[in-house]
Design a protein around this ligand. Sequence first.
Ligand SMILES: NC(=O)c1ccc[n+]([C@@H]2O[C@H](COP(=O)([O-])OP(=O)(O)OC[C@H]3O[C@@H](n4cnc5c(N)ncnc54)[C@H](OP(=O)(O)O)[C@@H]3O)[C@@H](O)[C@H]2O)c1
Length: 282
Amino acid sequence: MQWLVAGGNGMLGKDMLATLRDRGEDAVGLDRDELDITDAEATRPALDGFDVVVNCAAWTAVDHAEEHEAEAFAVNAVGAANLSRAARAAGAKIVQISTDYVFAGDATEPYAEGAAPAPRSAYGRTKAAGEWAVRAENPDHLVVRTAWLYGAGGACFPRTIARAAGERGELEVIVDQVGQPTWTRDLADLIVRMVAADVAPGTYHGTASGRTSWHGFAQAVVAAAGMDPAIVRTTTSASYVRPATRPAYSVLGHQMLRAARVAPIGDWAERWDVAAREVLAG
Ligand SMILES: NC(=O)c1ccc[n+]([C@@H]2O[C@H](COP(=O)([O-])OP(=O)(O)OC[C@H]3O[C@@H](n4cnc5c(N)ncnc54)[C@H](OP(=O)(O)O)[C@@H]3O)[C@@H](O)[C@H]2O)c1
């Protein structure tokens, strides 16, 4: 099987490529300079010969998107549509990476895959539009929503926290946002397993199991970095206002994976124990 990873130089794109190559798959990664997904004409021929196209390309500057929604939309919605349409023309499956930000974040139990999107930020609106565009353009699609991603290949929460803890000796971290920290290697592995299992087209949730707050995750990070977790104190979203609204509750359910007999990613804390050394060294 021939895999193409668009946005191959991003945090997820790098681990998607590494995971595919570790498993002996034929995988090509293209970064923005090689394939700009907002360029429909260039996108079409670039996909010839591929069986699976994973769209890891995105405008991910969440706060910046509030002031630049049209530019974010061009990548996250129009770019996703271009890639999905081109994949269909090439006879390829499209795997679209989406986000918990498509939801309002005011639920009290895990979001089902079919729950109604209600984004509260410009980034969330553009990603929700990308989901619909991908579904409309190619019946052979997997929309995989993830959240709280971290990995060795990019700037991410654990690396920021470990550095700040080392520099300052104490930290305040938000305790009233809850989610599922998810390692990019685990998400990449899940996508490979979903494609190998030939799961039905549709929308799936690709997050780790369990849940924690940013504060709980920060404590696990600080402990993994060899420091005392007690140096991480709590604060609330109200004292740390940013341009884009963050979902307070970002816990995604995994019913569609279970129905397809594909094991969801394991518990976030167990996976962090496995990931910590590689991610903090990255
Ligand atoms: N990070 C998270 O916590 C998180 C959570 C939920 C969902 N997601 C989703 O997961 C996916 C991967 O995110 P990530 O964290 O790996 O993001 P990332 O590190 O920012 O990578 C995104 C990549 O897309 C590239 N890109 C931007 N515009 C492009 C264009 N027009 N054509 C081609 N490539 C373009 C970027 O290139 P440049 O560097 O040149 O701009 C970058 O390499 C995204 O769909 C994101 O929405 C992420």
